[in-house]
Design a protein around this ligand. Sequence first.
Ligand code: AMP
Ligand code: MG
Length: 424
Amino acid sequence: MPDLPDLLPLAEAQRRVLEGIAPLPAERVAIGEASGRVLAAPVDAAVTLPPWTNSAMDGFAVLAQDVFGASAATPVTLRVLGEVPAGRAPDLAVEPGTALRIMTGAMMPPGADAVVPVEDTDAPAGASDIPASVAIRAPIRVNDNLRFPGSDVHAGTRLLEPGRACDAAVVALLAATGHGSVMAHRRPRVAVISTGDELVPPGTPLGPAQIHDSNSYALAAQAVEAGAEVRRLGVAGDTLAALLDLLRDAIAWADVVVLSGGVSLGAHDHVKAAFAELGSLALWRVAIKPGRPFAYARAAVGDRSVSLFGLPGNPVSVFVTFELFVRPVLRLLEGRPNAYDRPVRTARLLQPMRGSSGRHTIARVVLAADSDRRDGLVARSSGGQDSYMLASLSKANAMIFIPPDADLDAGAEVEAWELRPRDS
Ligand code: AMP
Ligand code: MG
């Protein structure tokens, strides 16, 4: 038996990987590119919203007292002086007995104190000429259908705090409050490398003893989903020299390098040696199943620190160790407040599940609503749990953690990380 390091407990391995990881520097990002980026500085409103009183409806700006008591049976007819379209300041005032046609969002004209929706008049809805007069068929109160300055946002108030990710609602608020750009953390650059003489690209026919490289595509997809900018650097054959070549290119560009394969006990596994040559190995071998051979190192390049992940080659091990170790690092580099941001659920097992000796088992499961308990969830295995089985991985919507040496009966409660919406 070779001299092997003790298996690190999962929590200790996660702690070592995240140690000292800090958000990437801030840069100015145009609002059109801000989706998914994380704010690096607080944002205050540059303008007041609405900036001036405007109409909430397409209709007629009136004096409410003129249409007191109006109804379909007893309409009130007003003379229409003209109109206020969107984007033009009104050049007329409403006087008693008159109205101005007004569009949604247009500036309220002086004199008027309410807007009657076009639906409550005899005027045609939609594109039409300005009528000479309008019959109002419903009463209205002062201030009805008006939107007042500052009722949404006051200039100078704090809108958003650092660490907030720009989703569509945030982008809308930023744009509406006059921000053409924001300060956001740089996106992490992730370089992906596969290792193994057996690998050929998907889409090419397989020769004897060959398999398709699935890991680098899976990892690129996971990294993009986690918010990174990704380059796949290709496949390194099973020599130290080939690996060092690609790894040097990766380190020159990336914040995070993710390799798969070549990190176990095989005679042609060179990843740890390559890590030791270009950086320093922080850990190797973790008490998890799948993923035991996981390795992590850091390399210093000038003032940059590059994280080097050596993921085991089996495709399910790749998926799971990315979730456990790589994604949390990417989230912190992006400037998000939480490294672990998968929704954590408690679920009731529908079948017995066996843990493994001395290791956390991470099982792929399907979470579903529990028909017996309101708001409860049940979990069942998504299928074969071996670390090469991709078909069952694709069926899973969550992964659960079975503690070391635990044998769980049907009905046992487990903690699950939800990986995608349950009904998708
Ligand atoms: P290794 O740790 O390099 O011995 O790889 C473990 C298992 O994962 C072997 O069955 C490899 O063929 C497989 N494997 C390694 N890299 C990849 C990859 N990029 N895509 C698919 N399978 C892989
Ligand atoms: Mg290999």
